[in-house]
Design a binder for this molecule. Structure first.
Ligand SMILES: [Zn+2]
Length: 162
């Protein structure tokens, strides 16, 4: 298993970054004491309906991302916009505007009012997981990493593939 020093943020630090501060340096790397490598079910899903939580967990499990999020937050549109503003993030219009990722805290924020279907949820979550895998705010890097995840999602929908 590859060592990724930036995965070792303590929960305390993550909570502070996610909720207390507006530090948005996407390249933020800390080298604190080790914490367990996040795995399939070690992340938190917040604000989702039970259907949404089941769906997003299934999709993430199928995609087998190189880097798992620490939390996935579903929120209403106004809250989403407010959160993006708090992080001083530029949310590109019409592109990934239904979700964004805060890299330092490995948090994926999803606008519950904006994603339109189960498939579009998976499609865009793949992009956000791509940001995490690349540890980059670059849209190109995220899409490049997302390609494999989207393929796995697609393959999982084929009934004859096991
Ligand atoms: Zn993006």
């Amino acid at each position: 298993m590859r060592l990724r020093s930036w995965t070792t943020l303590s929960l305390m630090t993550i909570a502070q970054v996610a909720w207390g501060q507006t530090s948005t340096n996407p390249k933020l790397v800390t080298a604190e004491a080790t914490s367990p490598e996040p795995s399939v079910n070690s992340y938190t899903v917040l604000g989702a309906t039970s259907e949404q939580e089941t769906l997003v967990r299934d999709q993430i499990r199928i995609m087998q991302p190189d880097v798992y999020p620490l939390r996935v937050l579903f929120m209403s549109h106004w809250k989403y916009v407010e959160t993006a503003r708090t992080f001083r993030l530029h949310v590109p219009a019409g592109y990934t505007s239904a979700m964004f990722t805060h890299l330092p805290s490995r948090s994926v924020f999803i606008d519950s009012d904006r994603y339109v279907s189960d498939d579009s949820l998976g499609y865009w979550v793949a992009h956000e997981l791509g940001h995490l895998a690349a540890n980059s705010a670059s849209e190109n890097a995220a899409d490049k990493a997302a390609r494999e995840y989207r393929k796995r999602l697609k393959d999982a929908r084929k009934p004859d593939v096991h």
